[in-house]
Structure formats: C-alpha cells, structure tokens
Write a protein that binds this ligand. Structure first.
Ligand SMILES: C[S@@+](CC[C@H](N)C(=O)[O-])C[C@H]1O[C@@H](n2cnc3c(N)ncnc32)[C@H](O)[C@@H]1O
Length: 335
C-alpha cells in the first residue's frame, strides 16, 4: 500500500473528506513552525484580514504565486471574474511586500481561446503600482501530443517588481556549457572571443528556461495527489535570484508546498497560504518529511501513506477508485 499513488485530489471531495480528519488546520487557522518560523495559513488569500494576520508586522521581499487558472471553463463572464479575483490577491500581496521587492506569477494561456487569461491578467497588472520586469517561458520536457498544432510545451512566468529590489545574477547560471563562439572583440590589443571574456563557462537561463524537468512520478520530489506541482529547481532559481537568506518569501497558493520546501532548503522564511486544509497539511508534511528523511517528496508513495495503511474504509475507497481511473503519471498544468 505504501506505493499506492493518490489520485488527483482537487476534484475528489470524497477522498478529501477521508483525509480531512488528519489535517491540522481548518479555515482561519495558522500553523507556525517552531524550528524556522515558517507559517502556513488555511484561508482565502483575497481576504485582507486573513493575510494581515499571517504577515503580522513583517514584510516579504519576494512573492511567488501560482494561482489556479482553469482555462477550459472560461467564458467571458468567468474571465472578468478571474481578473477581478486576481486583482484582490495582487492587492493582498502588495501590502505584504517590502518597499523593494519582487513578485513572480505562473500563468497559463489557452491557445484555443485567444490565449486567455494571460493578456487580461497583464492588462490588469498595468493598472497597479507594480513594474513589469520579465516574461519568462519555461520549456516543459513533455507536453500534450497533437498532430494538428504545435505541441504545447511552455509554462509562462511573469516577473514584476515593486521599488528597486536586488537581483542575484549568479542564480541565472545553468549547468549548460557555452558551446557557441562569436563576438570577437579587441581588448588591450588582443582579439578575444566572448567566452574568454566572460566570467562563466555556462549559459544563463535568461527568459527561456530549457533546463527544468517537469515533475512526474519517477522523480523524488513528486507529491502524489497534487495536480499542479511546480518543479523545485525553478522555484529555487527564483528564490535565489530575488531574495536573500533569512528574508520572508510568500506564496498564497501553496498546494504541494514547493515554495515552502525551497525556502526551507535555502534558509528563507516562508509565509504561505492555501484555501484547502488538505493542501495545507501536505505543505506542512513536505518540510517535515524533508527534515526527517532528506526527501523532497514521496515519489510514488504519498503524504498520507501511514493513515491509509490503518484506515480500511479509506484503503477500500482508494482501491475502488484506482481500479476505475488509472492515475496519470504526468503532472499537467491545466488548473
Ligand atoms: C496551481 S496550485 C499551486 C501549485 C504550487 N505552486 C505547487 O508547486 O504545488 C493552486 C492552489 O491554490 C489554492 N487556492 C485556490 N484558490 C485559493 C484562494 N482563494 N486562496 C488560497 N488558496 C487558493 C488551491 O487549493 C491550490 O492548491
């Protein structure tokens, strides 16, 4: 049973009701980590009072958000309400951030429907006090196969700033060696090729990231049941570029707790939130599991494997479910 994968949790209310008794938090609760002072809030991140309670007197130097963007279902009305809703969490983020800080937002674009909600979100952001800094594309190793269109292998990441935050360029370097030559330039009478003049033999990630593997079930960091997990490598890169040790990093859509775990590893303090007690519990267990076993996820096991072992009705439910729906091995990013 230990290797029994959890099916997608977000659309399985019955499974979540089995797991709820094992969750520490209920709506409005905050878990405070006694060791490194991280916090996990279980609440709606658009509520000013809840986020003020989470932040107290403290300010973050980095926000890293991955909101749900279910573009399959968007009609015009839903699109407007998505933008209005986004405005509210951008506002709670703005008052949680220090004067010189950064905000990164993962967002999708529906190729079959005018790339929504990406342009609408960008237009909404133009009305705020944030400055746009970069439009990053992360190339997934795999995407949806199609014979009639370009295969979709991209994930978009928007980088905004408030004031003038620091940026550590060292975080930009990949482990991909420079292989192209060019840009000869004469320096002190000697003609030198550009790689001879540069500080690094490796290329920078720039705003097209080609060196990050999409999370799938064979990876140690995999968290079964979490449908929209972001790769630890990408999240660590953002944290290293746009925050310093002991800074506060916020993530209002915690889900599998990737930002929390990356902050733990990189000695930042993470204040995160999720509206769902099950995802809050998974986030907390993710750092506890890392502290106990040095593992970044559960690979093909899951965060509740011990409880499943001792709960027959939950075990039966999963067995029945598993025989009905073969869980997908690939993490997809449709929500
Ligand atoms: C796309 S997932 C985030 C994935 C995350 N970056 C990771 O690596 O695991 C979005 C999460 O936002 C949560 N969520 C949705 N609406 C919310 C709200 N209003 N306030 C807080 N969390 C919310 C969902 O429960 C879900 O877990």
């Amino acid at each position: 049973m230990e290797n029994f994968p959890l099916p997608r949790l977000d659309d399985d209310e019955e499974l979540k009701s089995y797991l709820l008794p094992y969750c520490r938090l209920r709506r409005g609760d905050i878990w405070t980590d006694t060791l490194k002072r991280h916090k996990v809030l279980c609440d709606d991140c658009t509520i000013d009072l809840s986020i003020k309670k989470l932040m107290g007197e403290e300010k973050a130097s980095l926000a890293l958000h991955d909101p749900p963007y279910n573009f399959i279902a968007f009609d015009q009305r839903q699109l407007i309400s998505f933008t209005e809703w986004s405005k509210r969490w951008v506002n709670t983020t703005a008052f949680s951030l220090a004067d010189n800080s950064s905000m990164y937002v993962w967002l999708g674009a529906d190729q079959k429907n005018h790339f929504q909600p990406l342009p609408q979100f960008m237009n909404m952001m133009a009305e705020t006090d944030f400055f746009s800094r970069s439009f990053i594309t992360m190339r997934n190793q795999r995407g949806y196969g199609t014979q009639k269109n370009w295969m979709s292998i991209r994930q978009e990441l928007l980088y905004y700033t408030k004031g003038v935050p620091s940026f550590d360029v060292n975080a930009e370097y990949t482990d991909i060696p420079k292989i192209l030559r060019g840009y000869y330039k004469e320096i002190h009478g000697v003609v030198k090729e550009n790689s001879e003049r540069s500080n690094s033999q490796f290329i920078r990630a720039g705003n097209v990231w080609v060196d990050v593997q999409q999370v799938f079930y064979r990876m140690e960091e995999n968290v079964n049941g979490c449908f929209a997990q972001k790769p630890l490598k990408a999240v660590k890169r953002i944290i290293q570029a746009s925050s310093s040790e002991n800074d506060i990093v916020i993530d209002f859509f915690s889900h599998s707790g990737t930002t929390l775990l990356a902050s733990e590893i990189l000695n930042r303090k993470c204040f995160c939130a999720d509206i769902d007690p099950v995802f809050c519990e998974i986030s907390i267990r993710r750092i506890e599991n890392h502290r106990a076993n040095h593992k970044t996820g559960w690979q093909n096991s899951n965060p509740f494997y011990k409880e499943i072992e001792s709960n027959n009705s939950l075990k039966n439910y999963l067995q029945k479910k598993y025989s009905e729906v073969k869980t997908t091995s690939l993490k997809v990013n449709l929500i």
